[in-house]
Write a protein that binds this ligand. Structure first.
Ligand code: FES
Length: 124
């Protein structure tokens, strides 16, 4: 598994919630993962409203979702994103999308992030 970075375990994320991760020790959560039962979806923690570099989205540690857990929210200007596709549905960047990250969940619940050329450079 040399091209996978261990993030943690499925049980580290409460069902219906999201959690930020800092796999490259940047001192900030560069990505977040949300859990729907045994399914996980991961995105870069970078709002597309402000261009490729993006803006960190959580208004507080691990607060990436609305109260009902049905949409991803950007704390900067309130953009709302579809949890399945990452597409902005409401807010200042309609039609733009969050960038998905590739995750792997083992049978024992270990969670890994796929190492890509982008994240090998620790650009997020
Ligand atoms: S930076 Fe996310 S909505 Fe403006």
């Amino acid at each position: 598994m040399s091209n996978w970075i261990k993030l943690g375990h499925l049980n580290d994320i409460d069902d219906g919630c999201a959690r930020g991760f800092d796999p490259h020790q940047l001192g900030r959560d560069s990505l977040f993962v949300l859990r729907k039962g045994d399914r996980l979806l991961g995105y870069r923690n970078a709002c597309p409203h402000r261009g490729y570099e993006g803006t960190s989205m959580a208004w507080r540690k691990d607060r990436f979702l609305n109260k009902a857990g049905t949409r991803i929210i950007c704390g900067a200007h309130g953009a709302q994103f579809d949890t399945e596709t990452g597409e902005c549905l409401i807010g200042p960047c309609p039609g733009q999308s969050l960038e998905k990250v590739i995750l792997r969940l083992t049978e024992t619940g270990e969670l890994y992030l796929q190492q890509t050329p982008d994240n090998e450079q620790e650009q997020y």
